[in-house]
Design a protein around this ligand. Structure first.
Ligand code: HEC
Length: 432
C-alpha cells in the first residue's frame, strides 16, 4: 500500500514536471480561434455559431476537439503533399494539439489578463473591405417551403461607360439558410445570352431565350468559398456596357423564406498589367453507372497562349468523391497540381497557388473527378439511377475551374483557339 502510494506520488510529481501547463482559453485558445475560425464563426458569416468569447466557445469544446481531430474543421480538403496554396486553412499540428488538450483538460477559462489584444479588422458585412460599388437585386425572391427550384438568373446592368478593371469582387446572399450558391458572371454588350430577361427580374431560361454563354466569371458564393481578390498588378476586365448576371441556386428548407443577392466590387486604382480569367476543363458527356462506387470522369482544356496559372477550383455535386488536377506541358511532361482525396460537396473550395505557375502555350489542364454512386455515399439520393450532367444537385457536374493571368495585351481568343497558321505558299496550300 505504502509502496503504491509513494509510486503514485512519484508519478504525479514527474507528470506535473513533464506536462505542459494546462492550456487556457485566453492564453492559448482564443488566438488560435481568431486566426483560424472566426472568419466564419462570427455573426453574419457561414458558420451557425460564433466563437468570439469564452461564453460562446465553452459549450462547443467537445465538438471542437472532435471536428479538428477529424480535420473536418477548418474546411480544407487538399492532400498536403501535392501543391502549396496561399489560402491553406489547415491547422498546424501544434495548434491542433492545443485545442485538443484544452478540451480534454476541462476547457478552462484562465485569466482574461492573459488575452492578447484581439485584432479584428472585418469590414461589416464584406470580407474584401468596403466596396467601391454594390450591385444588388432590386427585390427579394420568395423561396418556397418545398419542392425543387430551378436555377434562376438575374441580369443587372453595371452602368459602366468605360472599360473597368476590378481588383476584388465578393457576392453575398441575404439568407444563407436557403441560398445554395450564387455565381456572378459578366455579360458583355452584344451577347445574346439570356436576351429575353428583363433587367432586375428573376428569370428562368427556356429553349430559345438566348444562345451563348457568359463572357466571364467574376466571383461566386457557396459555403467555404473565398471572394475573388486580385494580386497587385492584376485585375478582371469588365467592358463598358456590360451586365452582371447572377446565377442563383436556392434550396427549399421547409419554411418559406426571402433571399436577395448582392455583389460588392473594388475597382482597380490604375490599369493592371495582367488580366485574370477563370476558365474550365469541363466534361458534360458522361454516364455514372448505378451503384458504381469509384467512377472516374476526365476533362481537359488546352491553353493556346502563354499563361500563368493562379488558382484551381474543383466542382462536382453530391456524388463527387475525389478530384485531381494536373498539367500536361507541351513537352509531354505531366505534373500534379492538386489532389483532393475526400471531395465534399458542402465545401466549394478554391485553391490559390502559393507560387503562380507559368504555362507555355500548348499546355493542357487535366482534371479527373471520381464519383461514388453507391449506397456507401451517405449523400447519394438514389444509387439505382444512372447519373448524367445536369444543374440540379441530384444530377452531376464535372468541372475543373482554374484561374489564369495573362498580359493585358493577350487577346482571349488566342488562349482559347489555336493560332491560325501563317499563310502558306499557294503550291503547298489546300490542307488547312
Ligand atoms: C470557411 C468557414 C469556416 C471556418 C474557417 C471554420 N468553420 Fe467551423 N463551421 C463552419 C460551418 C459553415 C459550420 C456548420 C456546417 C457544418 O457543420 O459543416 C461549422 C461547424 C463547426 C462546428 C460544429 C459542427 C461540427 O462539425 O462539429 C465546430 C465545432 C466548428 N465548426 C469548429 C471550428 C473550428 C474550431 C474552426 C477553426 C479551427 C473552424 N470551425 C473554422 C464554417 C467554418
Amino acid at each position: 500500500m505504502t509502496l503504491v502510494r509513494s509510486g503514485c506520488t512519484l508519478f504525479l510529481a514527474l507528470g506535473a514536471a513533464l506536462a505542459a501547463p494546462k492550456p487556457t482559453f485566453y492564453k492559448d485558445v482564443q488566438p488560435i480561434l481568431e486566426r483560424n475560425c472566426v472568419s466564419c464563426h462570427r455573426p453574419g458569416e457561414a458558420a451557425p455559431m460564433a466563437f468570439l468569447n469564452y461564453k460562446q466557445v465553452r459549450p462547443y469544446a467537445a465538438a471542437i476537439k472532435m471536428s479538428v481531430s477529424q480535420r473536418r474543421m477548418p474546411p480544407w480538403n487538399a492532400d498536403p503533399h501535392i501543391g502549396q496554396f496561399s489560402n491553406d486553412r489547415s491547422l498546424p499540428e501544434v495548434e491542433l494539439k492545443t485545442l485538443i488538450d484544452w478540451a480534454s483538460t476541462g476547457a478552462t477559462e484562465g485569466n482574461p489578463k492573459d488575452a492578447a489584444p484581439v485584432n479584428r479588422e472585418f469590414a461589416e458585412g464584406w470580407s474584401i473591405g468596403k466596396p467601391d460599388m454594390i450591385i444588388e437585386m432590386p427585390e427579394a425572391f420568395t423561396v418556397p417551403a418545398k419542392g425543387t427550384i430551378e436555377y434562376h438568373y438575374v441580369v443587372l446592368p453595371t452602368g459602366f461607360t468605360k472599360d473597368t478593371w476590378i481588383s476584388a469582387a465578393e457576392t453575398r446572399p441575404m439568407n444563407r439558410a436557403v441560398n445554395h450558391h450564387i455565381i456572378a458572371f459578366v455579360r458583355e454588350p452584344g451577347s445574346r445570352w439570356l436576351r429575353d430577361a428583363v433587367p432586375g427580374k428573376v428569370f428562368i431560361p427556356t429553349k430559345g431565350s438566348g444562345e451563348g454563354s457568359a463572357s466571364g466569371f467574376l466571383t461566386g458564393y457557396a459555403p467555404g468559398t473565398v471572394p475573388s481578390q486580385m494580386k497587385p498588378g492584376q485585375g478582371i476586365l469588365v467592358k463598358a456596357g456590360s451586365d452582371i448576371v447572377f446565377q442563383l441556386h436556392w434550396t427549399a428548407n421547409g419554411t418559406e423564406a426571402q433571399d436577395k443577392a448582392k455583389l460588392g466590387l473594388i475597382l482597380a486604382k490604375e490599369t493592371p498589367k495582367e488580366r485574370v480569367l477563370t476558365l474550365q476543363a469541363i466534361n458534360t458527356r458522361f454516364e455514372i453507372p448505378a451503384g458504381a462506387d469509384n467512377h472516374p470522369v476526365d476533362a481537359k482544356m488546352t491553353l493556346h497562349a502563354d499563361t500563368t496559372l493562379e488558382a484551381l477550383i474543383p466542382h462536382m455535386h453530391v456524388r463527387g468523391k475525389a478530384f485531381a488536377m494536373k498539367v500536361k506541358l507541351p513537352n509531354g511532361d505531366i505534373q500534379d497540381l492538386l489532389h483532393v482525396p475526400t471531395y465534399d460537396f458542402n465545401w466549394q473550395l478554391s485553391y490559390l497557388l502559393k507560387e503562380s505557375k507559368k504555362l507555355p502555350a500548348g499546355s493542357q489542364i487535366l482534371a479527373t473527378g471520381w464519383f461514388d454512386n453507391s449506397t456507401n455515399n451517405k449523400f447519394n439520393p438514389d444509387a439505382t439511377k444512372v447519373v448524367r450532367w445536369g444543374d440540379q444537385s441530384w444530377e452531376e457536374m464535372m468541372i475543373g475551374f482554374f484561374a489564369i493571368s495573362v498580359p493585358v495585351e493577350t487577346p482571349v481568343i488566342d488562349i482559347l483557339r489555336p493560332k491560325k497558321k501563317a499563310p502558306v505558299s499557294p503550291s503547298a496550300g489546300g490542307l488547312d
